[in-house]
Design a protein around this ligand. Structure first.
Ligand code: ADP
Length: 365
């Protein structure tokens, strides 16, 4: 069904020591791991505090108001987009706005049907079940989710599942499933079709990220100039989680070098030390662009060849690095593979290739 499985159950980003990559947007989404607690402390508590994603927030605001008016549960919601953009945060906010509880889990954590059944039977009326990385659900677990989403019913199998085993239908409370995915394309259509609401997140503007940096600084007791916040916001890869991480690391440099105050100079110093360049690309991003230029003549190159050459996980390249490189115009996807743009050559300080016109044709440029 076009679904890519990880037979060893490994994490998609296991090949990258994500915790060491300060600009990586990946990491725990409040489900444990080092960034889980950090994220939780800075998570907006209301729609009003949630910066940006206006279209998504406005749409969801309408659906929440309508569901409340009907005194019903919110329809199932799929939130799609790169990591660190606020999908988990929004699930918490939906629960807050609906006045219900949120239960957090993830695709890889639900190994057996029984894991899911245990969670579903414990849900209260109108509760939100948040499944992060929902594209990574095991097929059997996913199939048992269908009747739960549609008819609020699950089947418990008695016995060991062999001869004499019986499936007993059990009704569960009307709940709202909020699924999050970085890869809508890897969702099976039966699952995708069962979401009444699908919202796509986009990268944040530098101005929105500057607002987020200022808010986080206030919550963390960090003093930051407007200029300093702007510098961090501009280099945060369009991603709030990255902005918050950069803020913390820049503060470390500012404390060790000075009084901890983040001026534009202090921000630039810290960001340079972190190898985050003026356009927000980190060493990993530049390595990808440089590899395509130096080993593949600028492309087009297939994703598998790239992954092998970089000794990097294919999914990490495709879903963590590439979306931002594409949005910023450093990379394009063509039917024959990835190709760097003129902007990438300029940014790397490399001479762009000379285009030789076909014989008999004058090069107008
Ligand atoms: P995702 O689930 O998409 O990976 P999260 O919801 O975990 O992302 O967001 C990561 C962190 O970024 C949050 O803890 C929060 O601090 C911050 N954040 C995300 N979106 C926003 C936003 N719109 N406004 C302010 N902070 C945000």
């Amino acid at each position: 069904m076009g679904r890519r499985k990880h037979e060893d159950g490994s994490n998609d980003v296991a090949a990258v020591p994500v915790s060491e990559r300060v600009v990586s947007a990946d990491g725990a989404n409040g489900i444990g791991g080092p960034s889980g607690e950090e994220d939780a402390a800075l998570r907006p508590r209301s729609f009003a505090e949630f910066v940006g994603q206006r279209k998504v927030v406005d749409n969801l605001g309408v659906y929440v108001a309508a569901a409340r008016k009907r005194k019903g549960a919110l329809d199932h919601v799929l939130l799609a987009g790169p990591p660190g953009l606020g999908k988990t945060t929004l699930a918490y906010l939906l629960a807050h706005e609906m006045g219900t509880q949120v239960h957090i889990t993830s695709g890889p954590a639900l190994e057996r049907k029984g894991d899911l059944a245990g969670i579903l039977t414990a849900l209260g009326r109108g509760d939100i079940l948040f499944i992060d990385e929902i594209h990574r659900l095991q097929a059997v677990v996913e199939e048992s989710l269908y009747p739960a989403m549609e008819d609020y019913r699950i089947e418990l199998v008695t016995g060991s599942g062999g001869v004499g085993a019986r499936a007993i239908p059990i009704n569960i409370e009307r709940f709202t499933l909020v699924g999050a995915t970085t890869r809508t394309g890897q969702l099976t259509s039966p699952l995708l079709n069962r979401f009444g609401i699908v919202e796509q997140f986009s990268f944040y503007s530098p101005a929105e990220l500057t607002t987020i940096v200022r808010r986080s600084a206030r919550l963390l007791g960090i003093t930051v100039d407007d200029d300093g916040a702007e510098e961090i916001g501009r280099r945060a890869r369009g991603t709030p989680r990255v902005a918050n991480r950069l803020l913390r690391r820049v503060r470390d440099f500012a404390e060790v070098r000075g009084d901890g105050h983040i001026s534009r100079d202090a921000a630039c110093y810290g960001l340079d030390r972190l190898e985050v360049d003026p356009l927000g690309l980190d060493a990993g991003d530049r390595r990808i662009l440089r590899t395509i230029v130096e080993r593949f003549d600028g492309g087009p190159v297939g994703i598998e060849s790239m992954a092998a050459s970089l000794a990097e996980d294919r999914d990490t390249i495709e879903y963590v690095y590439e979306p931002y490189l594409i949005q910023e115009g450093f990379l394009i996807r063509t039917p024959r593979g990835r190709q760097v743009t003129r902007r990438a050559y300029e940014h790397l300080g490399l001479p762009p290739p000379v285009v030789v016109p076909p014989v008999g044709q004058t090069n107008l440029f």
